[in-house]
Design a protein around this ligand. Structure first.
Ligand code: ACO
Length: 323
């Protein structure tokens, strides 16, 4: 018998304010046409001034718990992937724990920028298969609008805010790749590339800072590394691109998503796409896409799903799971 971390619930939250590309045309030298053709993004959501990452994370977690039919007190651990916490400390995860009314278990944050949700899922899987937790809420939540330089047209048009959450639960499996739940994970980072995507501020430099990105360089690494990590994860359990029902990629750029899918031999009709509506929501993008994919009726029980993401660090990875 093999223990598997299976999905019991999924949910998401998007802030009310929707910002179409055209809104940027009035403040910076850009166009709806440029943003659409270079990134695939048409609109994004921005959090209200008084809305924080933990507020959005809690809303997404509440919806995932509802779908699972579980109360917060039945959860053993909360992991939040974020690079935009409410405060330097405590963790967003402990704030969510309090807001959910959960007085047991443990909670912590994971920071791997856009790859954060993949890293958090791998951590949750490790906790479950090692018997340290039976039920884990894994959340990706971000307010990237707070770290934009609104005068920088090369970054400000690309990002958005939101949150998504999964409830994972330990279940018995057979140990084969037909089991439901997380089947394989692959995590990587290479700090030599820290200067191509970073925020130029932080606690020890005494500022919040703004996101800085050498877009072309990040693009080049993404195209090369995403298909490779997905193949590595699939190889670990004897699966190939042909077995995939849905790629649920990090939603940064439609051209990166298309190129990765092509390298994996998967048609765009088997890719869950939300980048047009959400922009790049960093660690929130994959759980948001999973939740929207379920809501649209695309993702169904038993489907084989591959998620892959790359972000600042660079950090990148993939998770293979059967829904
Ligand atoms: N509007 C109009 N023109 C623009 C804009 C804009 N918003 N932004 C840049 N341009 C201009 C550039 O100045 C440049 O002009 P120039 O040729 O006169 O110098 C021209 O458009 C082309 O710019 P490129 O940077 O070459 O455009 P590219 O096709 O590479 O697309 C983009 C840029 C969308 C940023 C792309 O490189 C990309 O998506 N990169 C990857 C980003 C990513 O995946 N990030 C994920 C991780 S994010 C995280 O971890 C937080």
């Amino acid at each position: 018998m093999t223990t598997r971390a299976q999905v019991r619930g999924v949910g998401h939250y998007l802030p009310k304010r929707v910002v179409p590309n055209s809104e940027f045309e009035t403040t910076i030298d850009t166009s709806d046409e440029w943003i659409r053709s270079r990134s695939g993004i048409e609109r994004r959501h921005f959090a209200a001034d008084d809305e924080t990452t933990s507020d959005m994370a809690t809303a997404a977690a509440t919806r995932a718990l509802d779908m699972a039919g579980l109360a917060a007190q039945e959860i053993d651990a909360i992991i939040v992937a974020t690079s935009t916490p409410d405060l330097t400390f405590p963790s967003v995860a402990t704030m969510v724990q309090a807001k959910l009314g959960m007085t047991k278990g443990f909670a912590f944050d994971v920071q791997a920028v856009c790859a954060g949700f993949v890293f958090a899922l791998a951590n949750a899987n490790a906790l479950i298969i090692s018997g340290q937790a039976n039920r884990v809420i894994v959340i990706g939540a971000e307010t990237f609008s707070r770290i934009m330089d609104w005068n920088d047209r090369t970054t400000s048009v690309l990002f958005g805010d939101g949150a998504g959450a999964l409830v994972l639960e330990a279940a018995d499996g057979t140990g084969t790749n037909t089991d439901r739940g997380i089947l394989a994970t692959d995590l990587n980072s290479d700090g030599r590339h820290k200067d191509i995507l970073y925020v130029d501020g932080g606690v020890s430099t005494q500022s919040t800072g703004h996101l800085r990105m050498q877009g072309k360089e990040v693009f080049r690494h993404a195209v090369e590394k995403l298909a490779s990590t997905a193949h590595t994860a699939l190889d670990k359990v004897g699966l190939t691109g042909d077995d995939i029902d849905w790629i649920v990629p990090h939603q940064a750029n439609l051209r990166i998503i298309k190129s990765t899918a092509q390298k994996m031999g998967v048609g765009l009709d088997r890719v869950v796409l939300t980048v047009q509506d959400h922009g790049n929501t960093s660690a929130a993008s994959i759980p948001l896409a999973l939740s929207v994919g379920v809501e649209r009726g695309q993702i169904k029980p038993g489907n084989l799903i591959v998620t892959e993401a790359i972000g600042g660090g660079l950090a990148w990875g993939a998770v293979v799971l059967r829904w």
